[in-house]
Design a protein around this ligand. Structure first.
Ligand code: ZN
Length: 101
């Protein structure tokens, strides 16, 4: 899927193109999106980032991190995602979770 296509047609396409990662553990779901500025060398972008970008209407900076509220990294429902401005803020969220749970 081309990045521009995803941007135009939204989340439905994101779900359809989702591929579960191989290997053990629940890893974040990545989607092949050609032309996305945040993609890696094989044009894969984390689905969580795509969804957040769609909601906030802009691209995430590479420094911004998506936190999964219920810690399930494959649960990319909007209500489970929190955008953190950087990794240290993300870690702060995890510390707070440890203190409150
Ligand atoms: Zn997190």
């Amino acid at each position: 899927m081309h990045y521009k296509t995803w941007w135009r047609y939204g989340n439905a396409n994101v779900e359809k193109h989702a591929r579960r990662g191989f290997g053990k553990g629940r890893r974040e779901v990545r989607i092949k999106v050609v032309g996305h500025p945040g993609g890696n060398s094989s044009n894969c972008v984390k689905r969580a980032r795509l969804k957040v970008e769609k909601v906030i209407g802009r691209l995430l900076k590479p420094s911004e991190v998506i936190h999964h509220v219920n810690r399930d990294s494959q649960d990319d429902r909007n209500e489970n995602l929190v955008a953190c401005e950087n990794q240290s803020y993300h870690m702060l969220l995890h510390c707070k979770e440890r203190l409150t749970s």
